[in-house]
Design a protein around this ligand. Structure first.
Ligand SMILES: C[S@@+](CC[C@H](N)C(=O)[O-])C[C@H]1O[C@@H](n2cnc3c(N)ncnc32)[C@H](O)[C@@H]1O
Length: 350
């Protein structure tokens, strides 16, 4: 899978994915490999139906819906070509996986039981996916896990670059990225700070992808993968623990546990750098920031509920983060927005 992609197109894809029913068309378009079949130029719906082995009428209707969304353009009656966005979904690309991940069962099915979640205040994943934790589901559905990892890669690539621009990494010597997926954030940080070594601490399922990425980026001598469960402990020896988009997946008790492990594993003065959404205290719409920030801002209250469905997770306000950190022996002075609606919180171990 090629890890490079256009950031603007990725954002456009996220916007489509967030709309219904528009977002529902992304996964089948990628599964049917429409982009691949149009790679050599415009084709009629009938030619495409032959190539794909599809029902001609159903495909024509599907393609016209895709044209409305912007995945293809109808260049003459019943004749279609790739748009720039559609072409970006060709197979073998990270955005192909993102398109599939956007409406995979793991992310979509839990919404069927939203009312139950409201009534019971508990995650509904057991009744819709038959597992207790989403990570158990991904462990037994490696294909879906691969699509999900691609989604996280796309979300994290720019974060790494943006963080390296605003956060001084040179004062540290070793990073551990807790729940660091297949390593894209760590690679971006290590590339920006040649004096650092680092490790991704993750579920063992990501070992192969992460080590391949480290090798591809020429970082095998500075980056390693450590498999494990952050609820049981975290690796010692780091002075910077990065934890991005992880605490939003967990209830307070679990977050407190991970912070306590970071404290046990580190020396006074070590930093836990939380990179996450910070929930606004009201639903007042923001007009500040660029398109990406505004889009992200509007999503936060939706996301805050969605985190409950599969994970018992939640978004946190700044005071909620501050109090959790304090209770586990960390001090933080505030949060800094720095990348597409994301913030960092630098918490120092007392
Ligand atoms: C929302 S993803 C965030 C990934 C990455 N930090 C990013 O932002 O791209 C949460 C990650 O936590 C990992 N994870 C979940 N439970 C874990 C556990 N108990 N121990 C270690 N990693 C875990 C998942 O595999 C997943 O990659």
């Amino acid at each position: 899978m090629s890890a490079s992609f256009d950031q603007g197109i990725a954002l456009e894809l996220h916007k489509i994915a967030a709309r219904r029913p528009h977002g529902d068309f992304l996964r089948p378009a990628a599964q049917l490999r429409i982009a691949d079949h149009l790679a050599d130029g415009p084709r009629s719906g009938t030619e495409l139906a032959d190539a794909i082995g599809a029902d001609p009428d159903a495909l024509q209707r599907f393609l016209r819906a895709c044209a409305v969304i912007g995945l293809v353009a109808e260049v003459g009656p019943g004749r279609f070509e790739n748009t720039e966005l559609g072409a970006a979904l060709r197979s073998g690309t990270v955005l192909h996986h993102v398109a599939i991940a956007s409406s995979c069962p793991a992310l979509r099915r839990p919404t069927e039981a939203m009312a139950d979640a409201v009534l019971n205040g508990k995650r509904v994943i057991k009744q819709v996916l038959g597992v207790d934790r989403i990570w158990d589901y991904y462990s037994s559905h490696p294909d879906e896990d691969e699509h999900y990892a691609a989604l996280m890669t796309v979300l994290s690539e720019r974060t790494g670059d943006d963080l390296a621009r605003v956060f001084d990494l040179s004062r540290f010597s070793r990073i551990v990225d807790i729940g660091g997926s297949s390593g894209v954030l760590l690679t971006r940080l290590l590339e920006a700070a040649p004096n650092l070594t680092g490790a991704v601490f993750e579920r063992p399922a990501y070992q192969e992808a992460a080590t391949a990425l480290f090798a591809e980026r020429g970082l095998s001598d500075r980056a390693e993968f450590i498999g494990g469960n952050f609820l049981d402990g975290v690796p010692g020896g780091a002075d910077l623990y990065v934890i991005k988009h992880v605490f939003c997946d967990w209830p307070d008790e679990a977050v407190a546990k991970v912070l306590a492990h970071c404290r046990e594993a580190s020396e006074p003065g070590a930093v836990v750098l939380i990179i996450d959404w910070v929930l606004p205290e009201t639903t007042e719409k923001t007009t500040k920031g660029g398109v990406a920030e505004r889009f992200a801002g509007e999503q936060l209250h939706l996301q805050n509920f969605i985190q409950l469905l599969t994970l018992d997770g939640k978004l946190r306000t700044w005071p909620a983060f501050r109090d959790l950190l304090r209770s586990e022996g960390f001090e933080a002075g505030g949060y800094t927005p720095f990348s597409e609606g994301l913030n960092y919180i630098e918490a120092v171990r007392r």
